[in-house]
Write a protein of this length. Structure first.
Length: 83
């Protein structure tokens, strides 16, 4: 889908950026979220963050309803904005 020049640029720049960002993302995600990967645009201005929101076991007396999942998603979005 891309030219040889774009492929070379991807391999030399975007992959390095992705490898740098992934550990930072992993370290900042809240409990119940797992970083699956990072994708960078060829010009380096955009990142795609792939995160799985696992079901977190509720603490005693609480339930993980839609509000709990929404709160987890909001925390992940906050982490993404900080990167």
């Amino acid at each position: 889908r891309c030219s040889a020049q774009e492929q070379e640029r991807r391999n030399s720049q975007a992959v390095a950026l992705e490898k740098t960002v992934l550990p930072l993302l992993c370290a900042r995600l809240p409990l119940g979220a797992e970083a699956l990967g990072v994708g960078a645009s060829l010009d380096g201005t955009c990142l795609r963050l792939f995160v799985r929101l696992d079901e977190v076991p509720p603490q005693i007396g609480e339930s993980l309803d839609a509000h709990g999942r929404s709160a987890l998603a909001a925390k992940v979005a906050g982490v993404a904005g900080a990167l």
